[in-house]
Ligand binder design. Structure first.
Ligand SMILES: *Cc1c(COP(=O)(O)O)cnc(C)c1O
Length: 289
């Protein structure tokens, strides 16, 4: 399942940009979506190399990572358990996880904090169990994400990507460095006060002045939106035919347009936005529209 992917670079028409391109990682797979596919690629390879057959991971009730891990496990002949943060709930994402055969263990917020403790509590005596951190954060994940850069046929002035943990951002920066590109990497954290992302990236690859974190596009914090962001999604999607999710990619595209309006990005410069997928995040926010 990790051999061939379809993730073209497409030019989109979004005024006033003349050279705005999108790397369509959202097309890789509907369930193992975008950067989650990239992150899981070498994590699953490691699990297989260690003869582990049961993936154990962690996420909130609307986690794209959980759906991706559930789908990837079932397609790879593995089984999976997820510790889901908070009280027991039902939703579209968890339904998919269950259909892919993932076992869900709802975990109160206090216990959820210590992931290794949870893993040990349930799986210490299970030699088949393989720990995957929340969101797939790991060095393997950065190696997978760096491959986005390898796939690019032409250079870009700017590459944009949304960030939660910053693992994907680290992989992209690593890729840019490995290929000695002059491209500027713009990261849009979707959490409030996300300067920690810099430290997270630095764990995996040296920081450089090619990297800019734009900390002002969180719209109130993780999974928070404003009417302005929702309006932006509606206009953008109607004009371009590209769907965005309110948690990640909408904040990134909003930032691209805002930075252009502020004169930081020129309308003729070549800009590549990484569409990291995660469109099912829309379902968690359908009442906002
Ligand atoms: C998980 C996710 C991200 C964030 O990736 P990190 O590596 O945690 O920074 C970005 N976009 C989408 C759509 C995601 O699902």
């Amino acid at each position: 399942m990790f051999e061939e992917i379809y993730s073209p670079v497409q030019k989109i028409t979004f005024a006033p940009f003349n050279n705005l391109f999108v790397k369509r990682d959202d097309l890789i797979d509907p369930y193992i979506s975008g950067n989650k596919w990239r992150k899981l690629k070498y994590i699953l390879a490691k699990a297989k190399a260690e003869n582990k057959t049961h993936l154990v991971t962690f996420g909130g009730p609307y986690s794209n990572h959980l759906v991706a891990t559930a789908a990837a496990a079932s397609r790879s002949g593995l089984t999976a358990t997820a510790f889901v943060r908070g009280e027991e709930v039902k939703n579209e994402m968890l339904l998919l996880c269950s259909l892919f055969g993932m076992k869900l263990i709802f975990t109160d917020r206090e216990s959820y904090r210590d992931k290794h403790q949870l893993f040990d509590q349930y799986f210490a005596s299970n030699a088949q169990a393989f720990f995957i951190n929340e969101g797939g954060a790991s060095v393997e994940a950065t190696i997978g994400c760096a491959e986005v850069i390898e796939e690019l046929a032409e250079p870009y002035d700017h590459i944009f990507c949304a960030a939660g943990t910053g693992t994907t951002a680290a992989g992209l920066l690593k890729g840019i460095q490995q290929h000695n590109l002059n491209t500027k990497l713009h990261i849009i954290p979707v959490l409030k006060g996300a300067s920690f992302i810099k430290d997270e990236i630095a764990k995996y690859t040296p920081l450089s002045n090619q990297l800019t974190l734009h900390l002002d596009y969180h719209f109130g914090g993780y999974a928070k939106t404003t009417p302005e962001l929702i309006d932006f999604i509606k206009t953008f999607t109607a004009q371009t035919g590209l769907l965005l999710d309110p948690v990640y990619t909408a904040k990134m595209f909003y930032a691209i347009r805002d930075l252009q309006q502020k004169g930081i990005i020129g309308t003729d410069e070549k800009v590549l936005a990484i569409h990291t997928g995660g469109l099912m995040g829309l379902f968690g926010m359908k009442d906002k529209f």
